[in-house]
Design a protein around this ligand. Sequence first.
Ligand SMILES: CC(C)(COP(=O)(O)OP(=O)(O)OC[C@H]1O[C@@H](n2cnc3c(N)ncnc32)[C@H](O)[C@@H]1OP(=O)(O)O)[C@@H](O)C(=O)NCCC(=O)NCCS
Length: 197
Amino acid sequence: MKKLYSLVAKLNDENSPIFDLIVFMSEIYFRIFFRKFYKKELVNFLRKFELRGKTYEIRKIDERFALELYRMLSNLRTEFMPPHRNDLASLKRILKNKSFFATGIFDGEKLIGYGLGRFFPLRRAVPAVVIAEGYQGKGLYVLWSRIMFKVVKEDFREYKFNMFSTVDKRNKIAINNNLKTGFKIVLDAGDFLVFRA
Ligand SMILES: CC(C)(COP(=O)(O)OP(=O)(O)OC[C@H]1O[C@@H](n2cnc3c(N)ncnc32)[C@H](O)[C@@H]1OP(=O)(O)O)[C@@H](O)C(=O)NCCC(=O)NCCS
């Protein structure tokens, strides 16, 4: 089991030589075995929610949002970035990838958050989320996590995904949030902790 968790930890390391290979293979695997994953309602995924009297939307995003996402990420003052390369070309590839479920959090038409569900063979789902400067500390992370947990456990229930999360040990906010949203630590992988829910 430890080997499996170490492999999950590597999925968070874009410098790992196996990262691109795993992502490439996952997409082929999904195209073959998970056709229903592209169900219309997931392609047009939309959730509206209210937080402190303000309405936000979580929508499925694709490569058309790459530039907006690139700008949002470039303005972040954090050392913790989404677990993949974040140049424009890589973001386009990520947003196109059929085994990833990329969502944007919107304030009106403005992209203010990015949440990515990455799905891998052996029924592994690995979420990651980033909230834009100026919108942090309002509860958006917690809300996105709750909504995505529901999606994985209900909309995708036939796939029986296990949720994993890999977090840099210095990222105390993400660690606390994972523990609050039902994740448990399953491996200390050096610089990272691996969580499972
Ligand atoms: C981590 C991150 C996503 C948190 O998003 P957020 O929307 O600001 O978080 P929330 O408002 O939902 O708050 C979640 C908890 O973290 C706490 N928190 C949020 N920002 C904080 C800060 N700057 N300092 C201390 N605590 C903070 C909140 O108080 C809250 O705790 P509580 O439930 O006990 O009140 C955001 O800071 C971010 O984008 N960081 C960079 C990327 C990253 O680390 N992603 C996570 C790994 S995938």
